[in-house]
Design a binder for this molecule. Structure first.
Ligand code: GLC
Length: 742
């Protein structure tokens, strides 16, 4: 392995970076020849600015001094054109005037905030997701940024983990398509356009598999599991042309990813031939000391630079340790040059050497916000992200002429909460962000009376507000409740040991339910929650996640039927915390499948049903869909042959609506046990009442392949089941075929 590593390392140096013109490549070479060791290492050093502070210099004066002396390559957390321009002017005082890169976290929008990524994943609408990232990238570049630390593409199966809200859920296939869509969205047509920003695939890798769902915790898994589940979205991002990767905080199989040669040198820069930049996560170079992987800063710098981490985010270890390591011959200059070259290439591609201020345009910054088309796009994807979990007796949609509606719950009048975590720049003009109350008020007729009572706080033990809430419920024709987590109960460093609806909110729901009035509950959260009583009793439930700036309008669109909900869960909702981890693409085990009656061989728990509360891919509509006429082009296919899967879907209800038609396979016998089902295709289709659409799926070799014990990506001959469903647990049509040996 060691020899292979050094071969790969030397090979990677000689790569001329094809994406630059010959003349620009020459400019990079010439510039590097002029650079001192200190200036080269300066390019590997990234500082944070002052976050939301409105200042063109950094509070810690030594950082400004470093910028003036060419000892900084990139800065994050600088807000707006004025401030990025101010710091770029400092960089232009340096000897070689190498421009700074400005990066930011723009997970789901910068000024206009979109639904959290987990919510967007529930839309299964790749075009809308790409558009959302495109708008975020446009705003980010107009605010003087060159680089966003997104998309987060970590597969996550444990809803206790707070960062589940940042990604696309539990499935590698859906997660890979969304990763690519987000990369293309952020990066736009091409790097160098002033509305395009560098995107970053993070956190590399398997951060979502932290033991116990505890953030930053240890990750340990087999290499086939890593390759089959956790790497695919990163490979999809790389294939989509992502410009950067970010190391994760966790260790993987005993080695912190920031110092993990296998991951960065062998896989990313080797096998995948990645030409972009690898940036550490915040201080993750130095974290290797606490991991117990290196003894001190010198060891951390040595390990990270050898492993292929190009930029050290905000812990100055590269700045302080690399000069000595080079001078003492502990690392070859080539290692530094390889990292510097990757960074300079991107600065050239962005056009920063021709004009360091080309992203610092006051006019563009002013004009990009409050763009009506963008606001419309934000509302569009927000309503598509809502998942209808229950709708007994078609309680929804509501009429806009209802006489009296009681609006109850701590989130009915929330404003800022709707933006969720990582809404970094929390826009100053919050006037545009309307509450769910206001959204409903804007929707209903003038004759409708809205009564409001908060009922209780989000995370409180007091029931003193119940009486008022019960009172207004009794006066109303229908009750709409909005409950859930606090917006910052999910996100970084926000793992929860219990994922119930916090405080006394479910008691409030029970009290309102007891009035006998029809109740609709909306649940706002950045993760799946456990709410069995509500799920078993309340007739109508919407999962509204955190939907961003347009939450109020989008929710009202769905409640009153201006939009028929089409969201499908991108992650499994457990019945209890005790079920975790629980996910749809599990293996069969050697015992009977889900069957709560067996006395022995029960693969579940004695005290709990074995299936989840709501399965992956689940979501209702105001209409119904019928699946029919499944037909396979062949019952046996040769290796490499494409299998065509055809069927019809009909809207058999009375509302026009969208359905996500999902195709799963089961590789029934293989050299490694395969999951009982794997999502391998889907189509989101619109159908008017009574309309039938013909659907065609093409099953390629790649969709039948997996990484075997030797990590070869193979499609093994044998029998496969094909399952077409409206969710992973609602399979409507079955068939099977054989993959021949030859
Ligand atoms: C944080 C996060 C990472 C983010 C970075 C910069 O700790 O882990 O996702 O991009 O630091 O803010």
């Amino acid at each position: 392995m060691k020899k292979l590593f050094w071969i790969l390392l030397l090979f990677s140096f000689n790569q001329s970076f094809a994406q630059l013109s010959a003349s620009d490549n020459k400019r990079v070479e010439n510039l590097m020849k002029k650079m001192t060791l200190e200036e080269k290492i300066g390019q590997l050093n990234q500082y944070t600015g002052n976050f939301l502070a409105d200042t063109p210099v950094i509070t810690a004066e030594f950082k400004n001094e470093d910028i003036r002396n060419g000892r900084v390559g990139a800065i994050l957390n600088v807000k707006g054109v004025k401030n990025t321009r101010g710091l770029q002017e400092l960089a232009m005082q340096s000897r070689l005037k190498i421009p700074l890169l400005f990066g930011n976290d723009v997970l789901h929008g910068l000024h206009l905030i979109f639904p959290i990524p987990l919510a967007e994943a529930a839309s299964w609408d790749l075009k809308a997701i790409q558009k959302s990232a495109r708008i975020a990238g446009t705003e980010s570049s107009a605010y003087g940024n060159h680089w966003v630390f997104e998309p987060m593409v970590d597969i996550a199966r444990d809803p206790r983990w707070g960062r589940v809200m940042e990604g696309a859920g539990e499935d590698p296939y859906l997660g890979s398509l969304i990763a690519a869509a987000r990369v293309k969205g952020f990066q736009g047509e091409k790097l160098g356009d002033t509305d395009a920003v560098m995107a970053t695939a993070k956190h590399f890798v398997a951060y979502g598999a932290a033991i116990g769902g505890r953030d930053y915790n240890t990750v340990d898994m087999s290499l086939p599991e890593l390759w089959n589940i956790y790497l695919p979205p990163f490979k999809a991002a790389a294939d989509a042309g992502v410009t950067a990767f970010m190391n994760s905080f966790n260790s993987l199989n005993g080695i912190p990813t920031t110092g993990n040669k296998y991951l960065v040198r062998e896989i990313l820069k080797g096998k995948w031939n990645f030409k972009g930049i690898v940036v550490s996560d915040w201080g993750s170079v130095g974290d290797m000391i606490a991991h117990g992987y290196v003894k001190d800063d010198e060891g951390a710098a040595l390990s990270a630079i050898i492993a292929g981490c190009d930029i050290d985010m905000e812990d100055q270890i590269y700045k302080k340790q690399l000069p000595k390591l080079v001078e003492e011959g502990k690392i070859p200059m080539k290692l530094i040059d390889e990292a510097v070259k990757r960074i300079l290439i991107k600065k050239f591609e962005l056009g920063l050497f021709d004009d360091p201020f080309r992203f610092a345009n006051n006019e563009r910054e002013k004009n990009v916000i409050n763009n009506p088309d963008n606001i419309k796009a934000a509302r569009d994807i927000a309503k598509k992200s809502i998942v209808l979990l229950k709708n007994e007796n078609q309680l929804l949609p509501l009429s806009k002429d209802i006489k009296t509606i009681a609006l109850i719950g701590p989130h009915i009048k929330s404003v800022r909460e709707n933006l969720g975590f990582w809404s970094t720049w929390w826009p100053d003009d919050s006037a545009r962000i309307i509450s769910q109350y206001q959204g409903i008020k804007n929707k209903v007729s003038a004759n409708t009376r809205l009564l409001y009572a908060k009922g209780c706080e989000v995370n409180d033990t007091s029931t003193s507000g119940f009486a008022e809430a019960i009172n207004i419920a009794k006066q109303s024709a229908v009750v709409i409740m909005s409950v859930g987590e606090q917006f910052d109960m999910s996100g970084e460093s926000r793992s929860r040991s219990d994922i119930d609806i916090p405080g006394v909110q479910e008691e409030l729901i029970k009290a309102i339910y007891a009035t006998g009035k029809p109740v609709i509950v909306m649940i706002n959260a950045g993760r799946p929650l456990v709410f069995n009583w509500t799920a078993d009793h309340v007739p109508a439930i919407l999962y509204t996640w955190w939907l961003g700036t347009e939450a109020g309008g989008a929710i009202a669109d769905v409640l009153f039927g201006d939009y028929n909900p089409s969201g499908k869960l991108p992650i499994t909702f457990p019945r209890s915390i005790g079920q975790i981890p629980i996910y749809y693409n599990h293996q069969s085990t050697g015992k009977p499948p889900y069957n709560d009656s067996v006395a022995y061989y029960r693969t579940g728990y004695m005290d709990l049903m074995q299936n989840p509360k709501f399965p992956f891919g689940y979501g209702l509509s105001y209409t119904q869909f019928k699946y029919s006429d499944l037909e396979l082009s062949k019952s046996k296919i040769k290796p490499g042959e494409i299998l065509h899967v055809k069927l019809n879907v009909t809207n058999s209800g009375k509302y026009a609506g969208e359905e996500v038609v999902q195709l799963y396979i089961h590789d029934k016998v293989a050299s490694l046990v395969r999951p009982i089902k794997e999502l391998k295709d889907f189509q989101k289709i619109f159908l008017n009442p009574g309309e039938t659409k013909f659907i065609l799926f093409n099953i390629t070799k790649e969709k039948l392949s997996f990484y075997n014990e030797k990590l070869e990506f193979v499609a093994e001959p044998g029998d496969f089941d094909i399952m077409i469903g409206s969710s992973s647990a609602d399979i409507r049509l079955h068939s099977s075929f054989e993959l021949l040996n030859q």
